[in-house]
Design a protein around this ligand. Structure first.
Ligand code: FES
Length: 149
């Protein structure tokens, strides 16, 4: 088994569309070599980078932030488990924030979230006259996790 994979093989194994893989490469997040035919060939280790990118996007990192994280990996060798661990340990705060946001969403889905719609009966009680608008745009009670006005 060769260690070099075609873009189609990488796509099948990673679950990421070939167009997204080409975009990641354009952004410098992953890299490939060119076969004599001109087609891309990826080292198998790229699968780990792609999984990292997908996971990082899911927890809300932008591609710029992901690029900065990946730049911390050693450029001259395949990253070890310790290398990856050093990256992900900085994410705990981010993941905790995501969990808190999802818990607020779960808890507040049937109540007023201060979005300005005033469509629920309860909104008229806890957001009279859309007083939540003074706290800023969007669903303020959900995003800011603050008591109603
Ligand atoms: S849910 Fe929209 S203002 Fe309350």
């Amino acid at each position: 088994m060769t260690d070099l994979l075609t873009i189609g093989a990488v796509s099948r194994r990673s679950g990421v569309a070939t167009s997204a893989l080409r975009y990641y490469e354009e952004r410098g997040l992953i890299s490939s070599e060119r076969a004599p035919s001109g087609h891309r060939r990826f080292h198998r280790a790229v699968l780990r980078r792609i999984a990292f990118i997908v996971f990082a996007q899911r927890i809300g990192l932008t591609l710029e932030e992901i690029g900065a994280e990946l730049a911390r990996l050693p450029p001259d060798r395949v990253p070890t488990g310790d290398d990856w661990s050093r990256l992900s340990c900085t994410w705990h705060t981010r993941i905790d924030e995501q969990i808190a946001e999802l818990e607020r969403l779960q808890a507040g889905l049937t109540d007023c979230i201060g979005c300005g719609c005033l469509s629920l009966d309860r909104c008229k009680l806890v957001n009279p006259g859309d007083c939540e608008a003074e706290r800023g745009p969007g669903p303020t009670r959900w995003v800011q996790d603050a008591p109603g006005c």
